[in-house]
Design a protein around this ligand. Sequence first.
Ligand SMILES: Cc1ncc(COP(=O)(O)O)c(C=O)c1O
Length: 362
Amino acid sequence: MSKYNRKINFGAGPAMLPLPVLEKVEEDFLNYKDSGLSVVEMSHRSENFMNILLDTKAKLKKIMNIPDSYEILFLQGGATAQFSMIPVNLVRKDEKIGYVLTGVFAQKSFEAASKLCKAVNIADSSDKNYDYIPEIKNIPNDLKYIHITGNNTAIGTAYYNAPKVGVPVIADWSSAILGQEIKVEDYALIYAGAQKNMGIAGLTVVILRKDIILKDEDIESFVPNLMKYEKQIKSDSMINTPPTFAIYCLDVLCDWIISMGGVASLEKINREKSKMIYDIVDEYDIYENGISQNDRSIMNITFNLKKDSLTEKFLSSSSEAGLVGLKGYKLRGGIRASLYNGVSIEDTAALAEFMKKFAQNN
Ligand SMILES: Cc1ncc(COP(=O)(O)O)c(C=O)c1O
């Protein structure tokens, strides 16, 4: 068991955070920078909180190399709210967005958009249980955007380059943002729920190019201001009370990322971690992973026990060993090890060792 008797959490989110981040949050919790207040007690309009918000944006901009032509929004409603905010703000209801259907969340974003605009399925890997990232072969010539899910949390597949199809790309990067390098300028809009690799639940980060937003008169009149990007930009994400504590946690996390040498260094570590687990899956016959080699995620490693009856045993014995959160996505079954930034190489080695012994004994 590690410091503070903490378990190693391989859950897909809310997920494990780096220990120095939790320790810094604990240190600040009762009295933030001698203000006499906790961040959770502070007015979101106070100077102290405004500084946190501006500081977090500036750090994120630096860490992700976000060009000046992009805005960063700190919203609520999770990535799920973006499934609807995107079509509402970027296309009229008779305009088309092409969706690449790569799994559960891609499907959900497609269904949400289908109610608000013309959502078109342009590539789909459901024929093989979503085990690969499909190539976009033919697209209608009147698409305004395409939407991809950068990392498929439930499935264990990922993109490593944005598709180049001559149409601006929108991406749900919820489960790999800050864990692998993302070239922001390849996208018109990127969004992510924070509770995996950006801190804690309650915050959704949207990074978008300012010029893509529809004019206010082209947005349906029933849409509330809270759901309009333009209004959120104008009020610094503060039309109402923003998720203050989650923004502060992201601020602390950004400092940790900078101290670790930035996202490129973390991606290197994450590649190493994922290789440790994939190597065991490939080496030992009791495990299988059907994901196409080049599309394997470095964040969510999914695999099955060939003998299904061993799945429960794997889960209970790993849990006894302090390795938790390994159960696969509910509709998918099997095992999933999420190796976000908060899971260290040593943590991953503990899982690899467990898997090796489990394979030898079963
Ligand atoms: C890729 C992806 N998109 C969207 C979601 C939904 O996110 P939220 O719960 O923040 O709405 C998830 C949650 O796991 C996810 O992994």
